[in-house]
Design a protein around this ligand. Structure first.
Ligand code: ADP
Length: 562
């Protein structure tokens, strides 16, 4: 294909129009000229003959009076007439006039009449010619008119169709381009422009197609990437041991893994993509999960087996508004362990209590002077044994209490208790554990503290638990502070350590049952603080925690003054 630029197309278009104008002008001038020549020709030859004849006729009229002068005029115009013969029969008639003129010169008087006759012949021949030529010019004019109309008409037609069609040479590709750009704007990258020409538009279309191809490639690769990421995320979510449900900011369920579907007894199509409100109207467990705010363990029967779960809600910030992932942790194994532990503790405590009580009785009997005299050393030994026995009995009753709490049967024996007694008792209970890690427990206890409203054993257990946690989480050879001070209407107990601290996001959860700070290497069941909370709140007090990563933790509680 020959390369023609748009510029040269526009130029040739204009030249073409220009040629049409010149052609129509040229034809008009040509026919005007032709007509002019024809009329010129008619008038000149025949009108001259007419004039000569009239002159000769006038000269003949005067020949009788003026004689020679008129004869000269006659001969002069006869000569001119001879040189101006144009029509058929005019030559013969002129020759006959000449013959008769010669006779007239010879004196023949009848010649005048004959000359007049012949002149009349010449006149009518020319008149006839003029008429014919006039008719011819008229028909030529008609012909020229028709021809010009045809020419101008066809030029007009060509020019008009050119004017109509030529702009589309430029606008058609522009329209195609505009359409294609719109499609790309609407993310339809498969659209291509088909312009075969090699002009500027052809090049532009080529560049556009190349761009659309690249966009399509990127779009496809992005789409593949997104699809890949989506299926990866789905695989990860489904592989989670915990049931997880994602709800976006508009309340639409984004995903629910297999475990969650199994628990809810739903299919993917029933829940994914539906509004959470609509799902909760159909499903009681789902409604409970949406409504329930706390983290209390709850029971769900799956495959005819009781399963225990706790709910965790992870908030995800999505463009200013919150999306949620509800995670259900299966704590059945912990619960079972816990029940087993509770039963075990209850049984062991119960079984040990009787032999310990009887050995206590035996020791009391041994002390009696009536049985036998004891040396000083033997008395000391028995005293120590008795103290140990008492402590063991106390610990056993604490263990029994704890198993009761865990079984949901708390019985608080609230009385006036001295904070000093609670502190001493707790410190004594953790002495061995502290010694093992060479940890010093520093008492920062104010003087003259009022008595508090508490269950002596259970509060002692709480403080013991706080001290045990502090020891567990402190590095070796460290110091733990036990502070007790009076406050407004209460007495505040606090245990501070220099351990690793607790991340802020987990602080509100440490008092939840079974909660353990993720990543903590220290073992435990996550029950101690939950039981402590129940004890303290049961006594009308409040338990709290302050902690920062790297700066240790402070656990404390307030008890009401008496
Ligand atoms: P347990 O210690 O048996 O796991 P607790 O209820 O006593 O259960 O404690 C709950 C969780 O709180 C622990 O697992 C631990 O991660 C965290 N925690 C408790 N006390 C401390 C402390 N003094 N320093 C750091 N973390 C602590």
């Amino acid at each position: 294909m020959i390369y023609t630029s748009v510029k040269s197309q526009v130029r040739s278009g204009t030249i073409f129009l220009f040629i049409l104008v010149i052609l129509s002008g040229g034809f008009s001038i040509f026919y005007l000229q032709k007509l002019y020549i024809q009329t010129q020709h008619v008038s000149k030859a025949n009108y001259q003959s007419l004039e000569y004849c009239h002159r000769m006729q006038a000269a003949l009229d005067g020949t009788e009076q003026q004689g020679k002068a008129n004869r000269d005029t006659l001969s002069k115009y006869l000569r001119l007439q001879r040189a101006n013969i144009t029509e058929k029969g005019e030559r013969e008639a002129t020759a006959r006039v000449e013959q008769w003129f010669a006779k007239l010169k010879g004196g023949e008087s009848s010649a005048v009449q004959n000359i007049r006759q012949e002149l009349q012949t010449i006149l009518s021949v020319n008149m006839q010619a003029i008429r014919i030529k006039n008719e011819q010019s008229e028909s030529s004019a008609q012909e020229a008119k028709a021809f010009l109309i045809a020419i101008v008409g066809s030029i007009l037609l060509i020019g008009f169709s050119f004017v109509i069609s030529f702009p589309s040479v430029i606008t058609a590709p522009i329209e195609k381009l505009t359409e294609a750009i719109k499609k790309v704007g609407e993310k339809d990258y498969t659209h291509r422009i088909h312009i075969q020409s090699k002009d500027e538009f052809g090049k532009l279309a080529g560049a556009f197609n190349e761009m659309a191809e690249r966009l399509e490639y990127f779009e496809n690769s992005n789409l593949n990437k997104i699809i890949f990421e989506k299926s990866r995320a789905e695989a990860v979510i489904n592989s989670l041991q915990d049931a997880s449900i994602g709800i976006d900011k508009t309340g639409t369920v984004l995903f629910a893994n297999n475990k969650a579907l199994q628990l809810l007894g739903l299919q993917v199509k029933d829940i994914v993509g539906s509004k959470a409100a609509a799902v909760s109207a159909q499903n009681d467990l789902f409604r409970f999960l949406l409504e329930e705010k706390g983290t209390v363990p709850f029971k769900v029967v799956v495959d005819n087996r009781e399963n225990y779960f706790i709910k965790e809600v992870v908030d995800i910030d999505q463009e200013g508004s919150k999306s949620r992932v509800i995670v259900l942790k299966n704590i059945t194994s912990f619960k079972e362990l816990d029940v087993a532990k509770t039963n075990f503790i209850a049984t062991v405590s119960h079984e040990l209590k009787t032999p310990l009580a009887s050995s206590d009785l035996g020791l009391t009997l041994l002390e009696d002077e009536r049985i036998g005299k004891l040396t000083e050393e033997q008395r000391d030994l028995i005293q120590n044994l008795k103290q140990d026995n008492q402590r063991m009995l106390r610990i056993l009753s604490e263990l029994l209490n704890m198993s009761q709490v865990e079984a949901g049967k708390i019985q608080l024996d609230i009385a006036e208790v001295s904070p000093y007694a609670i502190a001493d008792n707790a410190i004594e209970a953790v002495q061995t554990a502290a010694k093992e890690k060479n940890i010093r427990i520093q008492k920062l206890v104010a003087e003259h503290l009022p008595a508090v409203k508490a269950d002596w054993e259970k509060t002692g257990w709480v403080l013991t638990n706080l001290l045990t946690n502090a020891i567990k989480h402190s590095p070796k050879d460290n110091t733990i502070n036990l502070e007790i001070k009076e406050g407004d209407g209460h007495v505040a107990f606090s245990v501070s350590d220099q351990g690793p601290g607790i991340p802020p996001e987990f602080l509100p959860k440490v008092f939840d049952r079974f909660f353990k700070v993720p990543g903590s290497k220290v073992g435990g069941t996550g029950l101690g603080l939950a039981i402590s909370k129940e004890f303290i709140e049961g006594e009308g007090g409040r338990i709290w925690v302050q902690s920062e990563i790297g700066s240790g933790s402070v656990f404390g509680f307030y008890l009401l003054k008496c």
